[in-house]
Design a protein around this ligand. Structure first.
Ligand SMILES: Cc1cc2nc3c(=O)[nH]c(=O)nc-3n(C[C@H](O)[C@H](O)[C@H](O)COP(=O)(O)O)c2cc1C
Length: 191
């Protein structure tokens, strides 16, 4: 079982990373192979809408010569995608939006490699916008045919500075239940 954990925060050790790692810790205990990436460290530009991916249909981007195809390949290879984005002005980060556009579009116009993967999203914020950001990532899972397990609450956290998430005990309970549900689902569909 391969897990790709995609952090859309520019802070590789921030609250988003803490949330994603809480889930990954439980998945790793069962032998899952975890790969953690931070989008900030990738050379990644927005989609140009050149539509070459829809013409070539080879599962790759031809409009940008950056590291988008590396992200596409990593995503294709994973059974489970964990996406995390902090809330920036009520929405997800620019880094995460580029990931969604680039990877999602190529999947949809080629062999739909995202179809039936398991997806789960997390979104920390100081105050407002958590649910919209969470919903944006879940909408991407759903339009790409992915299967989304739930938890005892929505997968959000209350935090501003790096490390603040430690004060949100309910977020950790939610993430632990989410990890159990991911494992249950993966077993059912034999990932
Ligand atoms: C540019 C910017 C915009 C932000 N906008 C919001 C916002 O709209 N609502 C909110 O509650 N927090 C907002 N925040 C706070 C972050 O969501 C919060 O610090 C979060 O914990 C950061 O996660 P990270 O440590 O993984 O980067 C913003 C932070 C930045 C830098």
């Amino acid at each position: 079982m391969k897990v790709l954990s995609v952090n859309g925060s520019p802070r590789p050790e921030g609250n988003t990373a803490v949330m994603l790692r809480r889930i990954c810790g439980q998945l790793a205990e069962t032998g899952a192979e975890i790969q953690e990436i931070c989008l900030e460290k990738f050379d990644l530009q927005p989609c140009t809408a050149c539509m070459q991916c829809a013409q070539e249909k080879d599962g790759h981007c031809h409009g940008r010569h950056d590291e988008g195809n590396a992200l596409i390949d990593l995503s294709r290879d994973a059974d489970i995608l964990l996406l995390g984005s902090p809330v920036y002005f009520g929405s997800l980060t620019a880094q995460m939006k580029i990931y969604l556009d680039r990877v999602g579009f190529v999947s949809r116009v080629s062999d739909q490699f995202l179809n039936r993967k398991i997806g789960a999203a997390v979104a920390p914020a100081r105050r407002a916008g958590k649910l919209l950001t969470f919903a944006e990532m879940n909408m991407w899972f759903l339009i790409n045919g992915m299967v989304v397990p739930g938890s005892s609450y929505w997968n959000v956290g209350i935090a501003l500075a790096e490390g603040d998430l430690a004060g949100d005990a309910e977020a950790f309970e939610t993430l632990d239940e989410l990890a159990r549900n991911i494992l249950w689902l993966a077993e059912k569909i034999r990932v």
